[in-house]
Design a protein around this ligand. Structure first.
Ligand SMILES: Cc1cc2nc3c(=O)[nH]c(=O)nc-3n(C[C@H](O)[C@H](O)[C@H](O)COP(=O)(O)O)c2cc1C
Length: 185
C-alpha cells in the first residue's frame, strides 16, 4: 500500500483546507496517510540548516522521506503561496543533492471561499516544486471555490457530493500515478 504524506498549508484551527485534507483518507482508502505538520518549523535560516538541523525539521524531513508521495492542500494568500507552506517546502529542499523532496511525486489541492479555487497559489506551489525536482501529477488540477458552501464546519466534513467525487478521482489518480512518475537520473 502506498504511503501518502499530507501537508496542509494553513495553520488555522478551523481551516477549510484542513477539512478538505481530512476527507482524503476516507475518499481514497487505497493508500495509507500521514498528516505531516508544519506548525513547529522555525523560519528557514541557513545558519541553523547544518547537519541534521533543528528537531522539528528532522521530524518533518523524516515524515516526507517515508512517504511515497506528498499531497499538498493549501489556501491562497494574496494571490500566492502561503508563507508557512513556502517555508516548509524550503526546509524540505535542502541539502540540495539529498533533499527529501527530490523526485518525490506530489499532488496539489486548494480550497478558498473565493471564486478562483487557489489557481494562483497553485501556480506558485508548482513553480517551487519544479525547482526542487518534484514530479507533480500532470494534467489534472484540483481547485475548490466557494468552499464554505461545500463543507459542514461544525462536523468538519466535506459534504458537497460533486466535490467529494472530484477529490476522490484526484486522489485515486494520484495514488495510481505514483508508480508511473518519471524516474530519471
Ligand atoms: C492574508 C490573506 C490573504 C488572502 N488572499 C487570498 C487570495 O489571494 N485568494 C483567495 O482565494 N483567498 C484569499 N484569502 C482568503 C482565504 O482563502 C481564506 O481566509 C481561507 O479560509 C484560508 O484558508 P483556510 O480556511 O484553510 O485557513 C486570504 C486570506 C488572508 C488571511
Amino acid at each position: 500500500m502506498k504511503k501518502i504524506g499530507i501537508i496542509v498549508g494553513s495553520l488555522r484551527e478551523h481551516s477549510f483546507n484542513r477539512i478538505i485534507a481530512e476527507a482524503i483518507p476516507e475518499l481514497a482508502p487505497a493508500a495509507e496517510y500521514e498528516f505531516i505538520s508544519i506548525d513547529e518549523l522555525p523560519l528557514y535560516n541557513g545558519d541553523v540548516d547544518k547537519g541534521p538541523g533543528p528537531e522539528p525539521v528532522q521530524r518533518f524531513r523524516e515524515a516526507i522521506g517515508r512517504s511515497d508521495g506528498i499531497m499538498i492542500v493549501s489556501p491562497e494568500y494574496n494571490s500566492g503561496i502561503p508563507g508557512v507552506l513556502k517555508n516548509a517546502l524550503d526546509w524540505a529542499s535542502t541539502p540540495t543533492r539529498t533533499a527529501v523532496l527530490l523526485r518525490k511525486p506530489a499532488g496539489v489541492v486548494g480550497a478558498t471561499p473565493g471564486a478562483k479555487g487557489t489557481m494562483l497559489a497553485q501556480q506558485q506551489i508548482r513553480q517551487t516544486l519544479e525547482a526542487v525536482q518534484v514530479f507533480v501529477l500532470p494534467f489534472q488540477k484540483m481547485y475548490i471555490s466557494q468552499v464554505m458552501e461545500k463543507v459542514d464546519t461544525d462536523r468538519r466534513l466535506l459534504t458537497d457530493e460533486s466535490t467529494r467525487k472530484y477529490l476522490q478521482r484526484y486522489a485515486e489518480s494520484f495514488i495510481r500515478w505514483i508508480d508511473q512518475a518519471p524516474t530519471i537520473d
